[in-house]
Write a protein that binds this ligand. Structure first.
Ligand SMILES: Cc1cc2nc3c(=O)[nH]c(=O)nc-3n(C[C@H](O)[C@H](O)[C@H](O)COP(=O)(O)OP(=O)(O)OC[C@H]3O[C@@H](n4cnc5c(N)ncnc54)[C@H](O)[C@@H]3O)c2cc1C
Length: 439
């Protein structure tokens, strides 16, 4: 029996769920049961896989085990950008075809989520606001945005240049020099979306929350043990993202990162007037290491997402999050001096995992085990589509997007963990320093 020692912890700091009404979680597993399919993980990947299994096999029983509460994981703690375009594309022909494949996958994921949100009236602030990809300095605009614009042109994707003055009027800050606006990105409250996905699954899916798998037995059937019971199933989909490596698949392939975010209270009508910005917006930085992701939400809050740390044990200490919250405060006041009196209500950390070559962990990893993990930081779309496609693959459905997904490759093996830690810290530190003017 394989022991699963590293379990996700919910520190109850997620700002996105703090602004939502209370929700009663699905009951924890409290018996020994059998199911036709077992899904582990209640993030975008696991929820998408469970839904697609249910559609493909309406007469099968599907059990989903989630260690914590759906919406409190990375899927509910992210910045809420449902991103259609790769952050960087290339005009090289082979890589351009890669970008086309990526676009097909991302757009299929967005369409899948949009259909579920619409059919089930999920209240998650779904809005197709697009996003600004912004540079702080003229050099940043020249070295990062101009090549990006050329590549978007090569891809045939619509975009608009927005100059400093127009940006200041749209964003309420004169911090940025120039941006590229692309219209296809959707902005949401990610906790509301994740909860909504978990609460609207078809009737043949049973979700067990607060049910961490602490041991697993592989055989002709897989048996997952929790503190309250166990589930045996002939087939399993593993969608526990970075935690998945403990289940014996994807070992030494993932770099674990901690990302921090802070969200203000809603602006008062008076503050809103001072701010002078009418429409919600989302902004990603031209440089993902040095820069800051920001949003102005439908309910008039401002999000700052900044700081990336290597966290191989996925246990970022609370005191460090507090330090980063302080840093976020400084960044906020610097960008929005007129809003000095607006406090952050919550600051939190979430974990993602990345591979050295940017490839996901996808597909059949053992005779009766499939896996959808390692979304490399763009997990709303990548997690969703990998869940759908892995369920189709497991059911033998010939989904035309499976080759696109497989073309992304699989994660390269990494050196021993201690070296990965040192190497990743050095690389991230260097990138942040090199791009410090883009903060
Ligand atoms: C601060 C932050 C900002 C981000 N911003 C964005 C963004 O704007 N757009 C974007 O696309 N992506 C963003 N991301 C990345 C994105 O959130 C993730 O890539 C995505 O949530 C991964 O989805 P997933 O389903 O693969 O994994 P997760 O959401 O991590 O779900 C895995 C689930 O497995 C469960 N699990 C783990 N171990 C066990 C166990 N032993 N037993 C049972 N269950 C277990 C976990 O509790 C978890 O719920 C951001 C991430 C963070 C942290």
């Amino acid at each position: 029996m394989l022991k699963i020692a590293r379990l996700p912890q919910n520190d109850k700091t997620n700002g996105w769920s703090a602004c939502l009404p209370d929700r009663r979680p699905h009951a924890a597993l409290n018996a020994d049961i059998k199911a036709d399919w077992l899904v582990i993980g209640g993030g975008y990947a696991g929820l998408a896989a469970a839904r697609q299994l249910a559609r493909n096999r309406p007469d099968d029983s599907i059990a989903l085990l989630e260690a914590g509460i759906c919406g409190e994981n990375a899927s509910g703690r992210n910045s809420g950008f449902i991103i259609d375009l790769p952050h960087t594309v290339s005009s090289d022909l082979d890589q351009l075809e890669g970008s086309h494949r990526y676009l097909r996958l991302a757009r299929a994921a967005t369409a899948e989520l949009e259909a579920i949100v619409t059919e089930n009236s999920i209240q998650c602030d779904w809005s197709r606001d697009g996003k600004y990809h912004a540079a702080v300095t003229p050099e940043g605009a020249h070295s990062m945005l101009e090549p990006y614009a050329a590549e978007l042109t090569a891809l045939g994707e619509p975009f608009e240049w927005v100059d400093k003055k127009a940006l200041a009027a749209k964003l309420g800050t004169s911090h940025f020099h120039r941006a590229i606006y692309t219209p296809g990105c959707v902005l949401v409250n990610p906790a509301a979306l994740t909860r909504g996905l978990a609460d609207t699954l078809p009737g043949n899916v049973t979700v067990f929350e607060n049910s961490a798998v602490t041991a697993l037995e592989y055989g002709t059937s897989v048996r997952a043990v929790t503190s309250g019971g166990s589930i045996s199933a002939p087939r399993m989909i593993l969608a526990a993202n970075g935690f998945s490596e403990q289940f014996g698949h994807g070992k030494n392939r993932f770099v674990h990162l901690a990302l921090c975010a802070s969200l203000t209270r809603p602006l008062t009508p008076q503050e809103q007037e001072t701010f002078g910005v009418e429409k919600p917006w989302g902004l990603t930085p031209a440089n993902g290491f040095g820069g800051i992701t920001m949003r102005y939400t439908n309910d008039r809050r401002i999000l700052i997402r900044q700081d990336i740390r290597v966290s191989m044990q996925q246990n970022f200490p609370a005191r460090r999050t507090a330090k980063i919250a302080h840093q976020h405060r400084k960044l906020f006041v610097d960008r929005f001096p007129k809003l000095q009196g607006v406090e952050f209500e919550n600051s939190w950390v979430g974990y993602i995992c990345m591979s050295q070559n940017g490839a996901p962990m996808f597909g059949n990893v053992a005779p009766n085990v499939w896996m959808a993990a390692c979304q490399n930081g763009i997990g709303v779309t990548k997690g969703t589509i990998s869940g759908v496609l892995v369920a189709d693959q497991a059911c033998g459905n010939n989904n035309v997007l499976i080759p696109d997904m497989e073309s992304l490759g699989s994660p390269n093996p990494l050196p021993p963990r201690s070296l990965v830690e040192i190497g990743a810290r050095a690389k991230i530190g260097w990138e942040i320093w090199k791009n410090r003017k883009e903060a």
